[in-house]
Structure formats: structure tokens, C-alpha cells
Ligand binder design. Structure first.
Ligand code: FMN
Length: 159
């Protein structure tokens, strides 16, 4: 049994929706897996200490920036910083396959900027991005990336 861990934060529910649908999709398409959702907001709310991940994970990060235009200002992260703290904890950064950014294209240059900043800060790739709750195509795209990273077997492919 392979454990796929999805580490994320969601303030207004879009990322929660995406991660939940992604989990269902992965379970329907691949065998021998379990999917673990780790919502950093819950850890913080419950006053739990951060811990070191003992297996690889993928991070999901919506963008919340303080005003600005993303060019010469507007690159200050708000609300999502506990995700960065979790990734910076112990060896967690080295266990992260990469980050999937989300946001809203109306923010132009600031679209998914925080995911790009995390990629630079921690040295892992931006694996994909999607807008708001994401479409089925986004779910399939991210699931395929996860299947490659974890080397998953499609359900029903064994003879
Ligand atoms: C105060 C605020 C600031 C935001 N700033 C950005 C931004 O700079 N870039 C971007 O792509 N999206 C931005 N967004 C859009 C959110 O990233 C988007 O709605 C996302 O889906 C929210 O995810 P959540 O519902 O899981 O919290 C912002 C939204 C709010 C409410």
C-alpha cells in the first residue's frame, strides 16, 4: 500500500474542494494506494505541533497576497504562511515532490505567485497550477503527475 500525502491549506474552500476531488479520482484510477489529506489550517487550529513527514508528499497552495501588482509590490504572502512553516520544519522540504499553485488569473502577474516563491525558497518544482476550484481536466492533469511521481499502477491493468 502506497501512501500519497496531500499537504494543503484552504481559507475559502476552493483548495479543499480540489484536494477532495483529487483524492476520490486517485482512488478510482489507481490501485494499492491510500490518500492522506493534511490540512495545515486544522493543525494550527487544534494547536498541534508540526511534525516531520516520513514519506513524500505534494503541497497545494492557494495564493493570498497583500494588494499590489506582483511586479514592484504585492508579493507579501498573507494567510498561507503556516504551509511554509510546515515545509520548513525539520526535513519536510526534502520530502516535498513539489507544489501545485492555485489562484485567480484576474490577479495577472500575481497569479499563483506564492507557489513560485515556495519553489525558489525550497528548491522544488511548481508541478501545476489551476484556477479557483479547478476543472476535471486539472484534476486529471495533477493526478497523472502524481501517478508518475509515486509510480502508481492504474486500476485494472494487471493481467
Ligand atoms: C485577499 C485575497 C487575495 C488574493 N490574492 C491572490 C493573488 O495575489 N494571486 C492569485 O492568483 N489569486 C489570489 N487570490 C485568489 C485565491 O488564491 C483563490 O480564490 C483561491 O482559489 C483561494 O483558495 P481557497 O478557497 O482554498 O482558500 C486572492 C484572494 C483573496 C481573497
Amino acid at each position: 500500500m502506497k501512501t500519497i500525502s496531500l499537504v494543503y491549506i484552504s481559507l475559502s474552500g476552493n483548495t479543499e474542494s480540489f484536494v477532495t476531488r483529487l483524492k476520490d479520482y486517485l482512488l478510482s484510477q489507481y490501485e494499492g494506494i491510500e490518500v492522506q489529506k493534511i490540512h495545515i489550517k486544522d493543525l494550527v487550529k487544534e494547536g498541534q505541533d508540526f511534525y516531520e513527514m516520513d514519506h513524500p508528499y505534494v503541497a497545494f497552495l492557494p495564493t493570498y497576497l497583500e494588494g499590489g501588482n506582483g511586479v514592484d509590490n504585492g508579493d507579501v504572502e498573507i494567510l498561507t504562511t503556516p504551509v511554509g512553516d510546515f515545509i520548513a520544519y525539520g526535513n519536510n522540504a526534502s520530502k516535498c515532490f513539489g507544489v501545485v499553485g492555485s489562484g485567480n488569473r484576474n490577479f495577472n502577474n500575481q497569479y499563483c505567485l506564492t507557489a513560485k516563491q515556495y519553489s525558489q525558497r525550497f528548491g522544488f518544482p511548481v508541478l501545476a497550477d489551476f484556477e479557483m476550484r479547478g476543472m476535471l481536466g486539472d484534476i486529471k492533469h495533477v493526478a497523472a503527475i502524481i501517478a508518475d511521481l509515486y509510480e502508481l499502477e492504474e486500476a485494472g491493468t494487471k493481467v
